[in-house]
Design a protein around this ligand. Sequence first.
Ligand code: C2E
Ligand code: CA
Ligand code: CA
Length: 749
Amino acid sequence: MRQFLRSPLGIALLICLSLGGLDFWAPFSSFYWNKVAPLLASPASERVVIVTMDEGSDPTTGDAAALLERIRREMPRSVFFDAKVAYGVNEAGDAQLARAIASFGQDFTYVVRSQKPDQFGSADFRLPPSQIVAPSQIAVSAWTTNFTYKALSAPYRVILDGREYPTVSTVIAGRHRGVQSEYYPDFSVAPATIPLVSGRSLREGRLPKGILAGRTVVLTSDQSAMVGYFGSPIVQPIAVDIAVAEALRKPLSLSTSFVPMLAMVALAVLATRRIRFKRLRALLYLLTVSVVIALPMYLRTLGIVCEPDGSVAFMVIYAGIRGWQKRTHRIQHTSLSGLPNLAALSSLPIEVGRDVVVVVVARYEEIMATLPRELHGEVARQIARRLSVGSGANEIYHGESGHFAWTEEARPLEMQLNHLEGLRALFSAPLQIGEHTFDTNIHFGLDRNEGLDASTRVNSALASANEALGNGRSIELFESQRLVEAPWELSLHARIEEGLRNGEIWLAFQPQWDFAQGRVSGAEALIRWNHPTRGPIAPDAFILQAERAGRIDTLTYWVLEEAISAALTLNALGPRFQMSINLSAQMVDKADLVTNFAEIVRRRGIEPSLLTIEVTETSSVRNRPAACHNLTRLREMGFRLSIDDFGTGEASLAYLADLPSDELKLDRRFVSRLIDSERDRVIITSTIALAHALHQSVVAEGIEDAATFALLREFGCDQAQGYYLGRPQPFAVFLSDYEAGRRYAISDV
Ligand code: C2E
Ligand code: CA
Ligand code: CA
């Protein structure tokens, strides 16, 4: 049952049944019956004739009485009075009308109507004075209408002022039933064809003799009522009552809801769906549609009302869902191999505890190019089979250009990598396609970022697989860090500007101790960011991101300005003070770097030699000649240059050879191991010797204890920096420490 409700048939049925109650499809029904009603209608019989009063919109009771007397002379079978006259205005006229009515005896019917015929029993249905018409001679024109005021049905009887009255059509047709019963128009009469006679021509004797004799005559004046008849222009509202009276002469008058036909159509669709022959299936669908269109029409002629709307809606919705299903199937399946594609995997919810694996087959395009097209699907299927057997995955998804993907249980990383390596072994046996044999190899991309959405994970694994293929590695793991930081990177620009503006970004100063002078002779300016929500952000992290986002310039110039302010203040105190700043590798090769630095120092009036620019030897400098050129120019201008993190990069010595520098900064990784590692001691002593030979001064950073500090002094290091001498501090703190000469005692160590 559940499965049925999830099928297109079930969904369409549910929608129709739930919306059917709301009359949601009424516009469709209205359209249908407006088109169909004229097909069912034939001209009216001559039994009923309408006589119009021509006195304009307000005939008096006297006018009406006179016309009634004239009609009586024509010997009609019965008379209906549907004229709007004003009672109690002219007493003589009222009396004359009462007499005229009385003269018809039981063959007279007075029609009570309202502007809004669907509000039965409301005060709008005004009854005539009882001294003029006996209650037994009154009938009511009451209708249920649709949203365009077309008559849908009418009650047999209506209660007004506590009394039951028949409705007009039932009196005309001579059919009577209780208050609860209803009847329905069958559209068998075109209301516009009901014979119409003008009251004036009757009075003037211009009508053929006997035209009203033996007929039912309806005397009407200009009436307005919001009731119409499907497919017909209506001359007078009474025409609806007259036309519908024909329907009442039929043996049947009942309405099924839309449900039986809907059930029938649903069954027909259900049966048709199982037919395997496409043509026959199409034929049967067509037949069902025709039945839905023709059957209500036919039933109406029998007096049975059956609305097609629910069934049509059902077919439209069903066709829509099927179409959509077919489309997604097509979209999600790679046509040649018939395997579901990566889009299909991306649209699945991937459970927690599963890894996404993407394989890329090396030389896939090449293999395809050598094979006839009809074998392409076979290649993919054969690869998928191998992967499925090897990985134990039920479903292998096939992407473009030799990518295959699946999900599998997230084992511990070590195990997972071993497992994939094992899978790779399956491809040591060549692929056999027809008479062709191919050697191939596969590379894996693995995504283990549980909880992210499927399409992100598939894409990550895919990117990693391509990376693995590119660098010839067998497996590449997608780093989640890259992803987690992505949205943060996107808005970094705005955040940096904001952080600079509101003081979240600030500069810390870490003292540099000079061994020879036995005092703090400088500082390194280090950037800090106290983010209001993320807390303190490590400079490495956001500098890297600012670099990636191309936002490092703003930060660098801000740092330079701040560091200059600090340097000017400190130098004003007397002894020479050297200020170091860090220059990102992303910036050293920028064309406008030198002019900007020159402009800033000139404007700030600082001697460039008081500033040391620390550059890291890194492979990420894109334009090495431009970088060398810039640094040379800066040095010529007087800036001191320092090679930061010396000993860690790939090109330490090469850099030293290329670049004109003044200082080497021993990386803290060596410094921190100095005590324990003989090897690092050797590296440091020989680096110091090398530096001195090249006329460089040497700064050791990351000194955390007295022993390291002492050892470095012994090795002939020129300057020292580290937590042992002072942590990076806000300028105010740094300044007061500096002025107080704190730590000067260290020279005694
Ligand atoms: P770096 O230039 O090598 O800076 C030295 C780092 O070592 C600083 O980390 C400093 O706080 C830390 N440090 C100093 N003494 C000790 C110590 O005794 N022990 C230990 N464990 N660490 C010590 P920080 O401030 O986190 O800066 C990290 C990196 O961020 C810097 O490395 C530098 O590459 C970059 N950076 C910082 N400020 C700037 C800047 O204004 N511009 C640029 N481009 N990069 C900056
Ligand atoms: Ca540095
Ligand atoms: Ca460093």
